[in-house]
Design a protein around this ligand. Structure first.
Ligand code: KG4
Ligand code: ZN
Length: 348
């Protein structure tokens, strides 16, 4: 396939993001050159509410989209663009609709084809966005089968990837996602939203083995069937009870011990899954992939198993539109049928 330049739009949650990505190569070894990656974060708007307010997110997207669009098309005029791509789900529906309606309007005006993209595919392909000097890190050398752990604010999912575009979902969270647990525990500790980076920072001053919080679902249920699902609401509740019963608790110790429990569960489950499926690679992605202790732990595990471990470059682990362009290109190569309706619960 000839080079395709994609203008992508991401508005599934609280980041308004636009990117222009030059895409090349076939399905076995696609190449992405990020020409521009703009993100306008709404964090300070939602912070007083301790989480994202869907209608406020929509209002901010509607305000930010034309500003970012003007900026990006000044650098990359539409006659240089082949496709428009937009996230259609999963996410907050009012937020998703603002991006979809905007993308539809541009597509109609410019007659460029519009691709509706699954946000989770975007997170998966965020590992394909950085070409590094390290030979192993070159995307054409990625080895399969691979186990991919997607850990974000809305999802915690384990996938077995047989190849870049064929995968099977092995398990997911039955309640809170890992990022959501970070955010909720941060709120209990009086930390700012989003909680993940705040907990990581506070945990550096604390003792990770000070409090033994539970490690939910670490072992398969009686009967012995493998269980790849997660559950984090019990862990969150036990932090709540601990703080209630120990009003003078050292907050740094609570943050460190909570983070240790989450990292332990994510790492052990991923390790077990990688062994059982004879994985050659572990990929980590989603907003929680910014967490250093998690990256370090999974990297040690991969070293122990003598397999590869990759996490996205820092600028691509939380929501962005470059990853949406990459996923759109894979959809084009696969000739995947796309929808242009917002789907809050779209599955992977
Ligand atoms: O992927 P993402 O940007 O949005 C969703 O698709 O959900 O993920 C956001 C989540 C938030 O819950 C945030 O607290 C978490 O990622 N996060 C982190 C860190 N940075 C962001 N969690 C733990 N440690 C971090 N350093
Ligand atoms: Zn996301």
């Amino acid at each position: 396939m000839k080079t395709k330049t994609i203008l992508a739009i991401e508005t599934s949650c609280d980041e308004t993001a636009l990117a222009v990505v030059k895409c090349d190569g076939g399905i076995k070894s696609p190449k992405f050159k990020i020409l521009e990656n703009l993100i306008s974060s709404q964090i300070t708007i939602h912070r007083p509410f301790g989480g994202v307010v869907p209608n406020l997110a929509k209002r901010e997207h509607l305000k930010n989209l034309p500003i970012l669009y003007k900026k990006i098309t000044k650098l990359y005029p539409l006659n240089t663009i082949h496709y428009i791509a937009v996230t259609v789900g999963p996410g907050l529906e009012p937020a998703l609709w603002s991006g979809i309606e905007f993308a539809k309007k541009i597509s109609k005006e410019t007659k460029k084809p519009l691709i509706g993209v699954n946000h989770m595919d975007g997170h998966i392909y965020s590992n394909w966005l950085s070409e590094m000097k390290n030979e192993k890190r070159k995307t054409k050398n990625f080895k399969f089968p691979a186990i991919t752990l997607i850990a974000s604010g809305g999802h915690t999912t384990l996938l077995k990837m047989k190849s870049l575009n064929k995968w099977e979902k092995l398990g997911e969270t039955l309640d809170d996602a890992a990022g959501e647990a970070f955010d909720k525990v941060a709120k209990m500790l009086g930390l700012k939203y989003p909680g993940g980076p705040e907990i990581q920072k506070l945990a550096e001053k604390g003792n990770p083995v000070a409090i033994k919080f539970p490690r939910p679902m670490l072992h398969p249920p009686a009967g012995g069937k493998n269980n790849y699902d997660f559950s984090f609401s019990g862990l969150k509740t036990s932090v709540l009870y601990y703080l209630r019963d120990n009003p003078k608790a050292n907050k740094a110790d609570v943050a460190a011990s909570f983070q240790e429990a989450i990292v332990d569960v994510l790492n052990k489950k991923t390790e077990k899954t990688a062994i059982e499926h004879k994985a050659k690679t572990i990929f980590l992605c989603g907003g929680v992939s910014a967490n250093k202790p998690l990256k370090n732990r999974l990297s040690e595990t991969a070293k122990k198993l003598k397999i590869d471990f990759f996490a996205p470059d820092n600028k691509y682990n939380t929501d962005n539109a470059a990853m949406i362009a990459a996923a759109a290109y894979i959809d084009i190569l696969k000739k995947k049928k796309n929808t242009l309706e917002a789907q809050g619960n779209l599955s992977i």
